[in-house]
Every structure is written in C-alpha cells, then in structure tokens.
Design a protein around this ligand. Sequence first.
Ligand SMILES: Nc1nc2c(ncn2[C@@H]2O[C@H](COP(=O)(O)OP(=O)(O)OP(=O)(O)O)[C@@H](O)[C@H]2O)c(=O)[nH]1
Ligand SMILES: [Mg+2]
Length: 310
Amino acid sequence: MDALIDKIRQGDRRSLARAMSLVDQGTSAAQTLKDRLRGLSGQVPWWGFTGPPGVGKSTLIDALLSILRERECRIGVVAVDPSSPTSGGALLGDRVRMMRHAVDQDVFIRSLATHHYEGGLSDAALHCARLLELARYDRVLIETVGVGQNEVDIASVADICVVMLGPGYGDEIQLIKAGLLEIADIVVVNKCDLPEANRLLKEVYEELGHSSSVTSVAIVGVEAKSGKGVDLLLDKLLELDGTARGTEQRERHKRRQMLGEIRRSALLMYEQALERRLTAPDMIELIAQLERGELSLADVVKQLSAGSTV
Ligand SMILES: Nc1nc2c(ncn2[C@@H]2O[C@H](COP(=O)(O)OP(=O)(O)OP(=O)(O)O)[C@@H](O)[C@H]2O)c(=O)[nH]1
Ligand SMILES: [Mg+2]
C-alpha cells in the first residue's frame, strides 16, 4: 500500500488508475487505502459542475482545462456518467469532448458510470477526487448531472459548486425551486449564443435577486463551445478559492464529506443488523401476534430495536 501511495504521489498515472479501480471494491486493501486518503491535508480546491444532461458541463470543463493548462495548472477531472437515456452515452461524450486533454500528462480524467459503483456514486466520486489530490493535481473538477437528490449530494462534495443552466430545458426555474440553486456558489447560464439564453439569464437574476439568502451567488453567462465568457468564470472561481470564505468553505465541506461517509457506513451496518434480526426465529411469533392484533406495528418495531444491536 505504501508503495502504491508513493507512486501516486510521484505522478504515476497507472498507479493512480489502479487505485481508482481499487477504492470501490470493498476489500480490506480498499479500506486501508480509503483510511489513508482520509488523512489528506485537504488543501486542493474541488470545483463541482452540475446541471441537466446536455447543458454543456463537459464542454465547459474542456474550455476551462484549456485556459488552466496555459497557466500550467495540473488538473484532475472526475466525470460522473448519468447513464441516462436522455444523454445517450455521456461516457463516450465526455471522452470525446475532453479527448484533446486526455493525452496531456498533466490532466487526468476519470469517468464514473453509475452501475459500476456499489458503494454509491458520491462515495466513488469522493475517493477519486481524494486520489487526484494525493497525486498533487492543483485543482479537482467534478462533473455531475444535477437532477435528483443523489446528484445534489455529489455536488455537495465539492468546495465550490457551479450550477449550470441553459436554454431549451423546459421550465428551468423549476430546477431553481427544486433546490439546485441553493447549493450554487456560481450560476452559469451556458449557450448564450442561442437567443433564448437572454430570457433565462434574466429569470435567474430575478430569482436570485429576490432571495436574500443567496445574494452572494455570482451569475455568469458563457458560450462553452466557443469559450466566450469562460475566462470570466475562471476569475470568479479563482477569486472564491483565494478568499477566507473559500478556505472556511473547504474546511466545512471536508467535515461534511466525512459526515456523509460516516452516515453511509453506519446505515449499511444498521441495515445488515436489521436483516439479521428479521430472520431470527422469534419473528414468526411476533408476526403472529401482529396478525392477531395483540401487538401494533410500533410495538413490533420497538421489540426489534430493544433486542438487537442496532
Ligand atoms: N449552442 C451551443 N451549444 C453548446 C454550447 N456548449 C455546449 N454545447 C453543446 O451541447 C451539447 C452537450 O454538451 P456536453 O458538454 O456534452 O453537455 P453535458 O452537460 O456534459 O452533457 P451530459 O454529460 O450528457 O450530461 C453538445 O452538443 C455541445 O456541443 C454552447 O455554448 N452553445
Ligand atoms: Mg458531460
């Protein structure tokens, strides 16, 4: 394990890829590695990019990579593949869109597909990001599709959360009300080359302007495809990174990440204990009593928790 960690620190890409495959396997080696990763300094900022399928997250990350590479920043990317029918194979899409950077030795791109990760996507994304940090990348960029609770979860793994919107996704403001914007530090309206983008930008300004709790959210209009406005977005991101608020936020997020890890692990343990309890011999009698109306459901649950290690 020490040798593997050393090699990752020295920038060995194959070891990094191997460790990324290892962390989600649930073996004792994987557990040891995860425990080691948890002790990292946490100095590397993680930027999350979330938004509906096809809004242009990969295109934007690709454009950011170009500028960041000009500035000799080494960047790690974790792209979470939604595997959704709407996006039609984002895994391939991400690869193609970021292909020119994938051969760059100072860029590392890892795609995660939903069905491959038993421990859950947030867990896989979290550990891949930590590994990129171990490999001394200057920034870690995380792409996730923001439509459901899970994705909001993944976004909360990041230190700075960029929520992307674009014209042509029906009622965008519904996404805002669904809480996606609550997690945003920066809202990006992409595809500003399309005429409907103006209306959307206006709606976002109005929505955020009226909500006092989110006044510090920056709103940036970009054209990810041509790169227009992306430098301004990068300035905002770096500005957030450099402030005390950024440092504070990073610490808060690291704590939240660990809480999430504890929660997932505890839930799994409770669930396993409950399963064992439900197959114990006395369950037959409890069920019979419930059936006869001698016990209520609440009584049964009480008895279950009283007599178990849960
Ligand atoms: N008109 C226009 N199209 C864009 C712009 N940026 C991206 N696109 C297009 O939008 C489509 C989706 O882009 P992606 O970058 O794959 O979007 P994504 O959000 O990563 O998609 P998923 O990973 O599938 O969720 C592509 O066809 C892009 O060329 C833009 O600024 N203007
Ligand atoms: Mg994508």
